[in-house]
Design a protein around this ligand. Structure first.
Ligand code: ADP
Ligand code: MG
Length: 253
């Protein structure tokens, strides 16, 4: 098995004529199997677009994304998720009319039998086992007491944790989190940090976009810095922190 689980090679994404990802020569970097990669860069650097390219929400204009040897170009979002890729969005997404617990259950049912199965109640047989799994995930993210609440009663930070729970139950091999601490209070941030370091210890590959560098740098074992869609720097957290080009990018110099 290769050391690399995910590889971006010459990836370019253009919206009309604007190159959001790719810079001058296309974006190329590898993600190590079992690694914890921090993906950072100023606003508009192309971090969320990169996540969309990896997860199949967007197709590259040029270049390839390879996940465990499989070229993702022609695969749908669902097929890529089925290979073991999980992700959260910068703006949390949830089914407003469903309870907190059902939101996690839908994630599971989606995987087992397709998106409509959950809504049509076709998965009753496995429902009890899935409920146990969903409750365990909610316990982990600190939302178990809210399981019967409507998601419309959750705070922005709680919604983010709900998204994490929805991914945890799927046990992805690689998990992409887009600004997971934004709007999350310090207590839940502590929980999140513990969850991520546990996942890392269990061998899950993580890619985390964060503006909270204190949070990220204590967890990541490697960092990729984007600027204007291109790769500005890549290295260990301590080297990145001291890199003059990175410091200049953040100070806008
Ligand atoms: P980041 O997540 O690093 O803040 P994004 O990946 O969201 O940056 O955006 C990178 C650039 O691409 C920004 O200039 C943004 O305005 C632009 N962009 C992102 N999505 C679209 C889109 N769907 N259409 C046009 N421009 C987009
Ligand atoms: Mg973003």
């Amino acid at each position: 098995m290769s050391d690399t689980i995910l590889q971006l090679k010459g990836v370019i994404k253009e919206f009309r004529k604007f190159r959001a990802v790719g810079g001058a020569e296309g974006l190329t970097f590898d993600v190590r199997r079992g690694g914890f990669l921090g993906l950072i860069g100023p606003n508009g650097a192309g971090k969320s677009t990169t996540f969309n390219l990896i997860s199949g929400v967007l197709e590259p204009t040029m270049g390839t994304v390879t996940f465990d040897g499989t070229d993702l170009s022609s695969l749908s979002i669902a097929e890529i998720a089925g290979l073991g890729l999980g992700r959260t969005f910068q703006t949390p997404r949830a089914f407003d009319s469903l309870s907190v617990l059902d939101n996690v259950m839908v994630g599971l049912a989606h995987d087992e039998e397709g998106p409509l199965a959950a809504l049509l109640g076709r998965w009753k047989g496995t429902e009890r086992a899935l409920t146990g799994k969903a409750e365990a995930a909610l316990e982990r993210v600190g939302l178990i007491a809210r399981r019967h609440d409507s998601v419309s009663n959750l705070s922005g930070g709680e919604l983010r944790m709900l998204e994490v729970a929805r991914q945890l139950v799927r046990e992805p091999r690689i998990l992409l989190l887009d600004e997971p601490t934004a709007g999350v209070d310090p207590t839940l941030q502590g929980k999140l940090s513990q969850i991520l370091s546990d996942l890392h210890a269990q061998g899950t590959t993580l890619i985390v976009v964060e503006h909270n560098l204190g949070f990220l740098m204590s967890l990541a074992d490697s960092v990729v810095v984007l600027q204007n869609g291109g790769l500005l720097a890549q290295g260990a957290p301590d080297d990145i922190r001291r890199d003059p080009a990175v410091i200049a990018a953040y100070l806008g110099a």
